[in-house]
Design a protein around this ligand. Structure first.
Ligand SMILES: O=C(O)CCC(=O)C(=O)O
Ligand SMILES: [Fe+2]
Length: 343
C-alpha cells in the first residue's frame, strides 16, 4: 500500500483540528467524494474531501474550522449513517501531513486505444462526431440552463441523476431526450461490437462540463440505476480516464457489517489494477460488460496530463455527454461483488 498522505490521531481526546480521517467511506465502497462532501456539509463548510491513502475506502474531510469537524465527529462516528448507504463510519481527527510531491501520471502507461487497454467491454471510437456536429452539440447545451455543482456544471435529460444516492428517481421522468442529441443516438445505433444495437433505447443523458483541473472521483455507475451500456462522448477538450479493478470482494462488506478503521487489511485494500486511456475530443467511449460492471472509472483532477512522453494541457473546458438506459428491475450482472442489487 502507498504511504498514507494523512495520519489519524491515536485518540480523539485532546486533539482538535478542522480535518477528519474517515474510514469505511470512499469511492471504493460506493460513496463519491461529492456525496461525502454533501453529507458532511450539513455540519459546516467543507473545504474539500481527499483520499487518505490509495485504498479508496478512507478519506480526509477538511472543514474550514475545528468546531464543524467536532460536530460532525460527534454526530457521525461509530453509527450507521443513513445518508451514506447506512455505512458505519469510523472517524478520528486527522493529523495533516504535507502532501507528497505530485507523482506525474506518467507512472502509468496511457493507452491510446481500447485494444491497448485490453479491458473486456471497453471500446473507444475516435472522431465519432464531426467538428461541426461538435460545435452544434456545444451550442445546444450552452443555450440551456446549467446546474452548478461544487466544481463542475451539469445538465440532466430523460431522468434527473441524484448525486447523494448516485441513482435516478424513475418516477420523475423529465421527458424524451432532446432532439439535439438525435444525431448521436443515430450513430450509436450502428456502433460496432454491439450485438443488440437496435435495442439500445437510451433514455438518460447527463452533460458534464469540467473546467481545467477538475475531474471525477473513482466510481462505478450504480448497477441498479443503469443498464449495461454506458456511452460517453467527449467534446471541446481531452482528458485522461483511469480504470481501476479492485481486488475481488475487497470493497463491499456484507450489508450491515462495518469495517473497523484499524482492522482493515491494508494489503488487501490497496490491491487494484490500474489502466489509463486518453480520450480526445469527439471520441466516444463505451463501457460494457466487465468495463461497466467491475472497473471503477476516474478522471484525475489535473490541469495537464502526461500521455506517455507528451504533456497534454486540458483545454478551457471538457464537455461530456453520458448516455445510459435507466434500469427498471434489479441488476443481475456477473459481478455481484460490485453490484448493489446483489449485496
Ligand atoms: O465525463 C465523463 O466522460 C464520465 C462521466 C461519468 O463517469 C458519469 O457521469 O458517471
Ligand atoms: Fe461514471
Amino acid at each position: 500500500m502507498g504511504l498514507p498522505r494523512f495520519g489519524a490521531a491515536k485518540t480523539n481526546h485532546s486533539t482538535s483540528t478542522p480535518n477528519l480521517y474517515v474510514a469505511n467511506c470512499g469511492p471504493a465502497v460506493g460513496l463519491s467524494h461529492d456525496t461525502i462532501a454533501s453529507v458532511f456539509g450539513s455540519f459546516g463548510l467543507v473545504h474539500g474531501v481527499f483520499p487518505a491513502d490509495d485504498s479508496g475506502a478512507r478519506v480526509i474531510v477538511c472543514y474550514n474550522d475545528a468546531t464543524s469537524a467536532a460536530a460532525a465527529l460527534t454526530a457521525l462516528h461509530g453509527r450507521p449513517c443513513p445518508h451514506l448507504a447506512g455505512r458505519t463510519l469510523h472517524i478520528r481527527y486527522s493529523l495533516l501531513r504535507p502532501p507528497p510531491a505530485p507523482t506525474p501520471s506518467t507512472s502509468i502507461q496511457v493507452c491510446l486505444s481500447a485494444a491497448e487497454a485490453n479491458i473486456p467491454g471497453l471500446y473507444l471510437l475516435l472522431d465519432f462526431v464531426t467538428p461541426q456536429e461538435e460545435q452544434e452539440l456545444l451550442a445546444a447545451v450552452d443555450a440551456r440552463p446549467w446546474i452548478s455543482l461544487a466544481k463542475r456544471r451539469v445538465q440532466h435529460y430523460g431522468y434527473k441523476f441524484c448525486y447523494q444516492t448516485r441513482n435516478v428517481d424513475t418516477k420523475q421522468h423529465l421527458g424524451e431526450l432532446p432532439s439535439f442529441v438525435a444525431p448521436v443516438l443515430e450513430k450509436i445505433s450502428s456502433f460496432p461490437n454491439l450485438n443488440d444495437a437496435a435495442n439500445v433505447s437510451l433514455d438518460q443523458l447527463t452533460v458534464n462540463e469540467y473546467p481545467p483541473g477538475v475531474g471525477l472521483s473513482p466510481h462505478i455507475d450504480t448497477h441498479s440505476a443503469f443498464e449495461g451500456l454506458i456511452f460517453s462522448l467527449s467534446l471541446a477538450g481531452p482528458c485522461l480516464m483511469e480504470f481501476r479493478r479492485y481486488a475481488q470482494g475487497a470493497w463491499f462488506p456484507k450489508a450491515g457489517s462495518s469495517v473497523d478503521m484499524d482492522a482493515e487489511n491494508p494489503d488487501n485494500s490497496s490491491n487494484f489494477s490500474r489502466k489509463a486511456i486518453y480520450l480526445p475530443p469527439r471520441s466516444m467511449l463505451l463501457l460494457s460488460e466487465e468495463a461497466r460492471y467491475a472497473w471503477h472509472h476516474y478522471i484525475p483532477h489535473h490541469k495537464i496530463d502526461m500521455v506517455n512522453d507528451n504533456v497534454i494541457k486540458r483545454s478551457s473546458r471538457r464537455v461530456s455527454f453520458t448516455l445510459r438506459k435507466v434500469r427498471t428491475g434489479p441488476c443481475q450482472c456477473e459481478f455481484p461483488q460490485y453490484c448493489d442489487s446483489q449485496r
